[in-house]
Design a protein around this ligand. Sequence first.
Ligand code: SF4
Length: 284
Amino acid sequence: MIVKLATKRGFCFGVEDAIELTEKALEEYGAGQIVALGPVIHNPQVVQKLEEAGLNQSGKIDEIEDGSTILVRSHGASPELFEQARRKNLEIVDATCILVKKAQDAVKKLHQEGYQVIMIGDRNHPEVRGVIGYAPNVIVLDSVEELDEKLPHRDKLGIVAQTTHSPEHVGEIIGAIAQRPFQELKIVNTLCLEVVRRQEAAIELCKEVDVMFVLGGLHSANTCELARLCRNYGVQTHHVETWEQFDPQMVVGRQAAGVTAGASTPEWTIEDFVSKLRAFDAHG
Ligand code: SF4
């Protein structure tokens, strides 16, 4: 079996920066002295490593002692949370990705300009929960089916999207919104190019293989989106976190396997998977 790798895969600069900042903060403040407001990234293996290095990632701001140090992860946080942290006299290490900050600023500006802000995204995702805090009454939707119920009869609509969504998915919803009555539609492109490049490379690879492996956290939005795009392309696709979830049945009758990985998947996971898949094939 041939094993091919996507030309763009794995860690993005936002995740690399967040991990670097976290490691520096651990050195500076010491193990056990910083509380992250949830897992730093959506990758259980990296989360475990940081936990072992002394980072507490289960923090809820209400439960953190006054005067402690908190880490805001790459997904960012709402202004309300920053305000709450200041009231509790917490020191803040801010690892918000610059592209998430851009989405936060866009929401704020659209509201100031008088637009009804619409965010295309998953309302349970921490990035979305943070971004919508930058303007009042932001409407969150993630499918064309929700438009009837949620789209307001307003003249001025301003749209942003969750950074990790695909242009294909966002374009479909914007296209449907554009067919409804409105006076003005302003779209700010908040999609992350790092994610888009990984999506394009995965689709390119789908053309050359008959089974795809998408490596990364099962709760990582951009990894799930990569798997969805590969499946939509029509290639049998398996989303796994590590080699431990590989099953020989996954490659029965297949000639060529493609491997890609989400923006929060470390290179060591990719290398381990690829070398074991190659060795499995050689002995299989
Ligand atoms: S995927 Fe994009 S938006 Fe998310 S952390 Fe990485 S660079 Fe930032």
